[in-house]
Design a protein around this ligand. Structure first.
Ligand code: HEM
Length: 391
């Protein structure tokens, strides 16, 4: 346990650290990657370039420090991040490295203002926070490993099929290279894909939602091809252009908690924008096969017909369901946006709604759903990339 004195130091210095947040995290990552270039095989280089991950990690440490008395309060946030960590194979031995370079960065940026007392207090606090993460992650790894056909870290998968779903989305059907089956998963979960790209020094990792209901012998991911010069697009372009049937890629076990409660029978709506449709496909297929009489709405926004993936698949399921409706709006067309009126028409506000898409889309959908009277407990959402706080 931290002493009262240590806690007081932590609480009084959080605002200073936040004020120097960008400087501290920039120094932290630069020094850490110089000393431990092997970590570049784990971190997303594009997020690094855009400074997104920098903010996420350090801000969470500060937020956790504020709640150091009662870490239970931030457990939901820890669990969400821990899902991402285990999907990427983060290990307990990584934590002291992050801690060491975070403290050194605080010292470097704050200079004399960072007294030994302050640094020692933060070292202690970091230790407590890291232990909380390590404990949660260990439990998740054990669950992954003990599940039927489960594993932890990465495993080789073969691309069994590659199918174009729209002008920019292609599905990859992945089977374990050792011929085994795959573990079951909850609709909405994701996997990490790890790739060696010729000419690149480090491995690339990306998370992709599983885009079909759980099947015993394969996973499916559906990947949007980003533009050639988007730093975030390196993996998607490589997958689209270079990865073909028969190729082997590394895959981690399903993780994530943006999931459908498949046992429920209450009304459910899926609202997606662009490639945000992928986790919805897994959830919707599950509803269609497990609870086909559940009142269900599928609402999707695409740029136009040629970017509209899975249309026929969705329609086919809708036709077999007792109480399902489906609507797509094309933003290239007049009135082609999902407005409050459209949500009102499609979403039963007494039920639950799942939302996934680009950040501005999500913000607008969630705000409209709230204004229609839905509570935060009813609205489930997942952002792409590092979690972003929603105002
Ligand atoms: C992602 C916090 C330790 C590697 C994240 C995210 C947060 C976070 C908030 C974003 C989650 C999201 O995208 O939803 C923390 C905290 C840590 C910690 C508070 C310490 C207590 C570590 C360690 C490693 C690590 C020890 C490995 C050396 C990563 C990676 C990502 C990530 C690779 C994915 C994003 C990217 O690739 O840029 N972490 N983290 N983290 N974390 Fe941690």
């Amino acid at each position: 346990m931290l002493s009262t004195e240590t806690k007081a130091i932590i609480k009084s210095t959080v605002p200073v650290l936040e004020e120097h947040g960008t400087a501290i995290t920039t120094v932290f990552y630069k020094n850490m990657f110089e000393a431990h270039p092997e970590l570049l095989n784990i971190f997303n280089h594009a997020n690094q370039k855009q400074g997104r991950q920098q903010a996420a990690l350090a801000n969470t440490v500060y937020a956790a420090a504020v709640h150091i008395d009662n870490l239970e309060a931030i457990l939901p946030a820890v669990v969400q991040i821990a899902h991402k960590h285990v999907s990427l194979g983060i290990k307990p031995e990584h934590y002291p490295i992050v801690g060491e370079y975070l403290l050194k960065a605080i010292k470097e940026v704050l200079g004399d203002a960072a007294t030994d007392e302050i640094i020692n207090a933060w070292a202690e606090a970091y230790g407590v926070i890291a232990d909380a993460f390590i404990g949660v992650e260990q439990g998740m790894y054990e669950k992954m490993e003990n599940q039927e056909n489960g594993w932890k870290f990465f495993k080789n998968f073969t691309v069994a099929r590659k199918e174009k779903e729209s002008d920019n989305i292609t599905s990859f059907y992945l089977k374990p290279a050792d011929g085994s089956n795959v573990p079951t998963y909850e609709p909405g979960q994701y996997i990490s894909v790890r790739l060696t790209i010729p000419g690149e020094q480090h491995l690339f990792n990306r998370q992709y939602s599983l885009s079909q209901a759980a099947k015993s012998d394969e996973f499916r991911i559906s990947v949007k091809r980003e533009s050639d010069n988007d730093p975030n697009g390196r993996v998607s372009v490589y997958l689209h252009d270079e990865v073909n049937v028969g190729d082997v890629i590394e895959v981690s076990a399903p993780a994530g908690e943006f999931v459908l409660d498949a046992a429920k029978k209450s009304p459910v709506a899926f609202v997606s924008g662009g490639v945000g449709i992928t986790p919805m496909m897994s959830m919707f297929e599950t509803v269609a096969t497990v609870t086909p009489d559940r009142p269900t709405a599928f609402l999707h926004a695409a740029r136009n017909e040629s970017f509209h993936a899975f249309d026929k698949d969705i329609q086919k399921y809708v036709d077999t369901m007792d109480n399902a409706k489906y609507k797509t709006l094309y933003s290239d067309q007049p009135q082609g946006f999902i407005t409050r009126e459209v949500l009102e028409e499609m979403v039963d506000v007494t039920g639950e709604v799942y939302v996934c898409g680009p950040v501005p889309f999500m913000e607008s959908m969630i705000n409209e759903l709230r204004s229609l009277g839905m509570t935060d407990e009813q609205i489930h959402f997942e952002f792409f990339g590092p979690a972003v706080a929603l105002q």
